[in-house]
Ligand binder design. Structure first.
Ligand code: HEC
Length: 160
């Protein structure tokens, strides 16, 4: 009975702590939109070349402390044009800092995955270091869309 250990290995890999959620939307604007893909992207710091708020500032949200928001070209153009909904490929990253405004604790990222209005058109992600293991991740994530529905197509930060 040689197949059993292999089967157990496959099962434990699928259910183990390293398993990641994936909305199955593939690569958008060069970013793998699975949970692991987004974690890898924010940890890489590649977004730091995007348009950014000039400095770290107090959050307007009731939790957390200091933040800085980055806008990719797609959403920057759309905000400039004053669109009611943003095109697929719009991505925003929010750096989350400790009270000192210097120590990076984690990241939030929103990526537009379908055209048109509605919370289903975005994947919402938030994760914290050092491990980024207990992340918020999902299309129309219930923890996130409420506050963000105040914004224009779920974007609450004005263009810097
Ligand atoms: C209590 C209200 C609230 C909740 C809940 C919330 N946010 Fe936000 N979010 C804000 C506010 C306010 C901003 C504007 C920046 C700031 O002041 O922190 C913001 C900004 C952002 C940004 C930068 C782009 C933008 O829209 O301004 C991202 C990305 C983001 N949030 C992701 C998330 C994710 C992911 C979740 C769920 C895990 C979430 N948010 C839950 C209030 C909220």
């Amino acid at each position: 009975m040689r197949a059993l250990p292999l089967l157990l290995l496959v099962l434990s890999a699928a259910c183990g702590p390293s398993s990641s959620v994936d909305e199955g939307l593939g690569v958008i604007q060069g970013i793998d939109t699975s949970e692991n893909g987004i974690t890898a992207f924010v940890r890489s710091g590649q977004y730091t070349s995007w348009l950014a708020e000039p400095s770290v500032h107090e959050t307007r949200a009731p939790h957390g402390s200091k933040v800085r928001v980055f806008f990719n070209d797609v959403v920057a153009r759309s905000l400039r044009d004053g669109n009611a909904t943003h095109p697929v490929g719009s991505i925003l990253v929010k750096e989350l800092f400790e009270d000192d405004g210097k120590t990076l604790r984690g990241h939030a990222l929103d990526v537009k995955v379908a055209e048109g209005p509605g919370k289903d058109t975005w994947i919402f992600y938030e994760g914290f270091g050092p491990d980024y293991t207990r992340n918020y991740y999902g299309r129309a994530h219930s923890t996130c869309h409420g506050c963000h529905s105040d914004g224009k197509d779920f974007v609450t930060s004005p263009l810097p």
